[in-house]
Design a binder for this molecule. Structure first.
Ligand SMILES: Cc1cc2nc3c(=O)[nH]c(=O)nc-3n(C[C@H](O)[C@H](O)[C@H](O)COP(=O)(O)OP(=O)(O)OC[C@H]3O[C@@H](n4cnc5c(N)ncnc54)[C@H](O)[C@@H]3O)c2cc1C
Length: 479
């Protein structure tokens, strides 16, 4: 712990002694997220008000102490991992839903509300935030906006960027600013609320958000199509996206994911090379059924077979619940192999979905690791995980080569390093390559807003060039 006692006392006087911790076990837990990274913070503070956040920032800015804002800690690339130590600002206690305005289709919330809690609170008003991440049980509003997250409904309903209307932000020096507004019509000036979307805690602390909402659709139907070839599944997805129907869900799961889900959750999914889950929602049963029929025919045109359609909410929940657990299930795919969150997220043009899915498999095989293909492919978002023996040093070198090769491919087809999970540490080297000519501009924005570089330092454009050595790894690696 590198904090002077006088600073610790100051922080304690701001949040109170129940909301500060230097307990080594807690520091250890708060030193990692869902990524491969680990680094010890010096202290955890849990503010409950905007004023407390401002005072913490004033103190940290004067003393030049790093501050890492943290929500649910479910980031997959080391987003909330404190490379240089410092203060973890846990925002989960700022979890009030301030107001819900059904007539304006908006709500105002604090950043620590989880996405699932938000939707539970909206349901009685017949409203929802339609595109929460699959990690919505723990992922917070602040973390989701800071990562520009989305979810299985991204193909129809977009991502966090499409719902943020305004926000209050505490800057590095403790100043409070109000960005955007509660009107969808706001048009002029720099769209500074949008600058915060995807900023990964490096530009300010989001302390209040005004979000637009949608009415819950009355009807939905889901289809599951089986494919003997991964490429056919990818082509079917591209065909559906470019058709006259907009699905509300369009997900791919390959054979590796299917086996992992069957093994872990006994989901009884068909053990084929790939399945595509498609859903349509809408105002009437007739519209939904006719849209589903169009998508079914596109699947059949691409050699799908045994397509099952369901309107049973229980069956649809069973499929979505399984899908949510895919990341965890993959760690049971092969004995002794861990499921590491590496190269885990990318986005490619619609026409490249099929090719990208196949590339993921090929690259895994070439580098002695297992890589699966899945994701919100209807929105061009593909995920993978790298399954490997994390105790072997050479497997980390294999993983590094696989990550580099995959993102080089993604860049070559006009894709991008992140579709929704963000960049942080482990995706930064590839992202920096992709964004080479705009890194200077991003650095200038960072310097203007955080001249002392205290907000989540060493992430995005400032991340180390080698992610393997950037922090400790969360696994016991034998040398
Ligand atoms: C099993 C699993 C499934 C996932 N599925 C999805 C998915 O479907 N879609 C998706 O988009 N993502 C997904 N993710 C990734 C991750 O859960 C999301 O990006 C999530 O929105 C992060 O929210 P969080 O509250 O956990 O943020 P954290 O991990 O705590 O933080 C993420 C980033 O946001 C910053 N931050 C947090 N709060 C604030 C704030 N108030 N102000 C400023 N910066 C802040 C942090 O500094 C950090 O850089 C998944 C992750 C896991 C483990």
């Amino acid at each position: 712990m590198k904090l002077k006692p006088k600073i610790l006392k100051k922080l304690e006087s701001i949040v109170g002694d129940d909301d500060i911790s230097t307990d080594p076990a807690e520091l250890y837990i708060y030193g990692s997220d869902a990524s491969v990274h680990q680094a010890m913070p010096w202290v955890i503070v849990r503010p409950r008000t905007i004023k407390e956040v401002q005072e913490i920032m004033r103190c940290a800015n004067t003393e030049l102490i790093p501050v890492i804002p943290r929500g649910g800690g479910s980031g997959t690339s080391g987003h909330a991992v404190p490379i240089d130590g410092g203060i973890i600002m846990d925002l989960k206690q700022m979890n009030r839903i301030i107001e819900i305005k059904p007539q304006d289709l908006l709500c105002k919330v604090e950043p620590g509300v989880t996405m699932d809690d938000l939707n539970r609170a909206l349901e009685p008003y017949d409203l929802w935030y339609p595109t929460p991440p699959e990690s919505g049980r723990v992922a917070t509003v602040g973390g989701t906006i800071a990562n520009n997250g989305s979810g299985v409904k991204a193909v129809k309903y977009g991502a966090a960027r499409d719902y943020v209307m305004g926000m209050k932000v505490v800057l590095a020096n403790g100043d409070l600013v109000t960005l955007g507004s509660a009107s969808k019509g706001e048009a002029s000036g720099y769209q500074l609320h949008r600058l915060m979307v995807g900023s990964e805690g490096t530009l300010g602390i989001i302390v209040e958000v005004t979000m637009s909402l949608r009415r819950i659709p009355k009807f939905a139907a889901m289809g599951i199509a089986k494919f003997n070839k991964l490429e056919d599944a990818g082509e079917a997805i591209s065909g559906m996206v470019s058709s006259e129907v907009t699905p509300s869900t369009l997900e791919l799961i390959d054979d590796i994911g299917i086996i992992a889900l069957n093994k872990t959750l006994n989901m009884k999914l068909p053990e084929v090379e790939a399945i595509v889950i498609f859903e349509c929602d809408g105002r009437t049963k007739e519209i939904v059924n006719s849209d589903i029929e169009v998508l079914k025919q596109i699947c059949e045109h691409h050699n799908a077979f045994g397509i099952e359609v369901s309107t049973d909410p229980k069956e649809m929940t069973r499929i979505y619940t399984g899908r949510k657990k895919l990341f965890a299930a993959l760690s049971r795919y092969k004995e002794g192999f861990a499921c590491t969150s590496l190269a885990d997220d990318m986005a490619v043009p619609n026409s490249k979905v099929a090719e990208c899915a196949r590339k993921i498999h090929e690259i895994g095989e070439r580098h002695n690791v297992i890589m699966n293909a899945y994701g919100h492919c209807g929105a061009g978002i593909l995920h993978t995980k790298i399954l490997m023996d994390p105790t072997k040093k050479e497997q980390w070198e294999d993983a590094k080569c696989a990550v580099d090769e995959l993102y080089d491919y993604v860049k070559s087809v006009g894709g991008t390093t992140s579709g929704e999970h963000g960049i942080a540490i482990s995706k930064a080297p590839s992202w920096k390559k992709e964004k080479a000519d705009s890194l200077g501009m991003m650095g200038a924005v960072k310097k203007a807003l955080d001249p002392n570089n205290i907000l989540n330092p060493h992430k995005l454009m400032d991340a180390p060039d080698d992610w393997v050595t950037a922090t400790n790894l969360r696994y016991p690696v034998r040398t």
